[in-house]
Design a protein around this ligand. Structure first.
Ligand SMILES: CC(=O)N[C@H](C=O)[C@@H](O)[C@H](O)[C@H](O)CO
Ligand SMILES: CC(=O)C(=O)O
Length: 305
C-alpha cells in the first residue's frame, strides 16, 4: 500500500460535469475549468462525478472518461482529485474504483446503493469494504448524504466499525445537518478526515473541528469561503459569521426561487465564463428562464463577487 499519510483539508470543489448543449459530456473545457479553480478561486482539490457532477446519471463509460480527463489536467496543478465511484450496483462501483486507481486519482469516495439498500450497518460496512478492496492503494471516503440516499445510520457508529475492517478507510464526506453526529466523529476519530458537505452552514462544522469541506459552491465562491476559513482560523469569529451570513443569504435567495442543480451549474457558467451546458436530466431544472441578471445583482449586492 502506498499511503503517503497526507490529510485532506481545506476546500474541495465538487465539480459540475461540463456538457454540450445536447447534454453529452464535454471533455474539451476541463482544462480551462481546472485552471479557473486554481487561478481564480484558489481551489486545489476537486471531488468529481459526485452529486454536483451528476455521477449517478452518467454511464460508467462517461464516468471513466471524465475521471481520466480531470486527473490528467489536475496533475501538477492541484493537490487532490477525489473520484466518486458509488453506483447502485457493487460491481460497477468496484470497476470505477479500480479504474480511478489506474488513472492516478488521489482518493475515492462512494455513496451506498440506495435502491436496494443495505439491511443494517454491518451490511453497509461490507459494501464499503468490498468497494475499497478494488483500489486498496487509494484512501477511501464514505459519502454520507442521507437526504438523497435515505441511508441514515449515524456516522459515529459507522466509523467505529470501519476502523478495524477497512485498511484504506480515511474519512467521511458528511453531507447532513446533524452536527452532533459530525462532532462526535471529529472528536472520537482523530485519524479520519471529516469533510463537511452542507455549504450553507460550514462555519458550524468548523466550530466542531471540520478538517475541510466538499461542496458545489466552492466552484464559484471559493475565495469567499477561503476568507471565511482564514477568519475562523485567526479567531475572528465576527468576520467569519459575516461572510457565512452573506453566503446563506445568497443560497436562501437561490432556494427561494426554486432553483436546483441546473441553475447552480448555470451560476458557475456565468461566474467563470466557462460554458458548462445544461444538466443531464431536465428534471433537475426548474426551467426558469433568464435568471442571469437576478443572480449577478444578488451576488454583487452581497459582496460575493
Ligand atoms: C445536495 C448537494 O448537492 N449537496 C452538495 C454537497 O454535498 C452541497 O454542496 C450543496 O450543493 C450546497 O450545500 C448547496 O445546497
Ligand atoms: C457537493 C458534493 O460533494 C457533491 O456534489 O457530491
Amino acid at each position: 500500500m502506498a499511503f503517503t499519510g497526507k490529510r485532506l483539508k481545506g476546500l474541495i470543489a465538487a465539480t459540475f460535469t461540463p456538457m454540450t448543449p445536447n447534454s453529452d459530456i464535454n471533455l474539451l473545457v476541463i482544462e480551462q475549468y481546472v485552471d479557473y479553480l486554481v487561478q481564480k478561486q484558489h481551489i486545489r482539490n476537486i471531488f468529481v462525478n459526485g452529486t454536483t457532477g451528476e455521477g449517478m446519471s452518467l454511464s460508467i463509460c462517461e464516468r471513466k472518461r471524465l475521471t481520466e480527463e480531470w486527473v490528467k489536467h489536475a496533475r501538477g496543478k492541484m493537490d487532490n482529485v477525489i473520484v466518486h465511484v458509488g453506483c447502485l450496483g457493487l460491481s460497477d462501483s468496484k470497476d470505477l474504483a479500480a479504474h480511478a486507481a489506474s488513472c492516478g486519482a488521489d482518493a475515492i469516495s462512494a455513496v451506498c446503493p440506495s435502491f436496494l439498500k443495505p439491511a443494517n450497518l454491518d451490511a453497509l460496512v461490507l459494501y464499503l469494504k468490498d468497494v475499497a478492496s478494488a483500489a486498496p492503494s487509494l484512501p477511501f471516503y464514505y459519502y454520507h448524504i442521507p437526504k438523497i440516499t435515505g441511508i441514515t445510520y449515524q456516522i459515529y457508529e459507522l466509523l467505529g466499525k470501519v476502523k478495524e475492517n477497512i485498511p484504506s478507510f480515511r474519512g467521511v464526506k458528511f453531507s447532513d445537518v446533524n452536527l452532533m453526529d459530525f462532532s462526535l466523529c471529529v472528536s472520537e476519530y482523530k485519524e479520519f478526515d471529516c469533510l463537511y458537505g452542507v455549504d450553507e452552514q460550514l462555519l458550524g462544522a468548523l466550530a466542531f473541528g471540520a478538517h475541510g469541506a466538499v461542496g458545489s459552491t466552492y466552484n464559484y465562491l471559493g475565495n469567499k469561503n477561503g476568507d471565511m476559513l482564514e477568519a475562523f482560523e485567526a479567531g475572528n469569529l465576527q468576520k467569519a459569521r459575516k461572510i457565512q451570513c452573506s453566503l446563506q443569504e445568497f443560497l436562501y435567495f437561490v432556494f427561494d426561487m426554486g432553483w436546483g442543480l441546473a441553475e447552480f451549474k448555470d451560476i458557475m457558467s456565468q461566474v467563470s465564463g466557462i460554458p458548462l451546458g445544461p444538466s443531464r436530466l431536465p428534471l433537475y431544472s426548474s426551467m426558469k428562464s433568464n435568471h442571469h441578471d437576478d443572480i449577478k445583482t444578488k451576488m454583487l449586492k452581497l459582496d460575493l463577487i
